[in-house]
Design a protein around this ligand. Structure first.
Ligand code: ZN
Length: 248
């Protein structure tokens, strides 16, 4: 990945061979603290990673997962099924299910709204996959995005890309929707934005109360969708129609 380190970070202070004993996560945490940047579970920290540190993190995380398996009294030395689980889990966290923390936002170009389009449209369902911050078990669902275009527009497929990047972090659903809304506003500055997410939480299905059918639905409405109730209503109607298409 391309690191976009802020200029205030002195690259000369990067790890030297003498500093090697410090784990990569330690150096990165120190750097984030020095910059006064938060590194909560659903924050993206890619701008604060140096070249090669993601590989170092992968090795470090695999070691910790190996320790976890040992503490769970699993015989990883003799169990052919879990022999390489630690490496798989480390790769999965850093490059797949939590890639939205460690990798840059996918490149998304926006274009001037030359035709001055101002009719609303919705995109969905977009599959979203996350994990709850509390138990690190899956949250799987669908998302619908409604846009009333502003001065700039982005391609339809780009909504899927940005949603995937935002949701690929440990989250709680309420915050995931807000963060996605912030990113979309940054990308295309719409006059109005509405997002609806319906998701199933495996911390309710697989453990705890073990409710297999329960889902959580939440939404955020901004700009004209917030100011104009009829526009908000139109968004929910369009989502209903898109859901109806699914069941035909
Ligand atoms: Zn949970």
């Amino acid at each position: 990945m391309t690191s976009t380190l802020p200029s205030r970070f002195p690259t000369g202070a990067m790890a030297t061979p003498e500093a090697a004993p410090l784990p990569a996560s330690h150096r990165i945490r120190e750097r984030l603290r020095e910059a006064g940047v938060s590194f909560l579970a659903n924050d993206n920290i890619s701008a604060y990673l140096c070249e090669g540190e993601l590989d170092q993190l992968e090795i470090e995380v695999a070691g910790k997962v190996r320790d976890l398996l040992r503490s769970l009294v699993i015989d990883i030395e003799n169990d052919h099924n879990t022999e390489e689980t630690a490496e798989r889990v480390a790769r999965m966290y850093l490059h797949e299910v939590f890639k939205g923390r460690y990798h840059d936002q996918p490149k998304i170009a926006s274009f001037p709204n030359v035709k001055k389009l101002d009719e609303i449209y919705t995109v969905g369902p977009i599959s979203v996959r996350s994990a709850c911050s509390h138990h690190l078990v899956p949250i799987l669902g669908n998302c619908w995005i409604g846009i009333k275009p502003g001065d700039r527009v982005i391609g339809l497929s780009k909504f899927s890309r940005v949603a995937d990047w935002v949701f690929s972090r440990p989250h709680i659903q309420e915050e995931a929707v807000m963060i996605l809304a912030d990113e979309i506003e940054r990308l295309c500055e719409p006059q109005g934005l509405a997002i609806l997410v319906k998701a199933q939480h495996y911390c309710m299905k697989w453990r705890g109360v073990k409710e297999p059918q329960t889902s959580m639905v939440n939404s955020v409405v901004r700009g004209d969708f917030r100011l104009d109730p009829s526009l908000k209503q139109e968004f929910f109607e369009l989502v209903k129609q898109q859901e109806a298409v699914l069941s035909t």
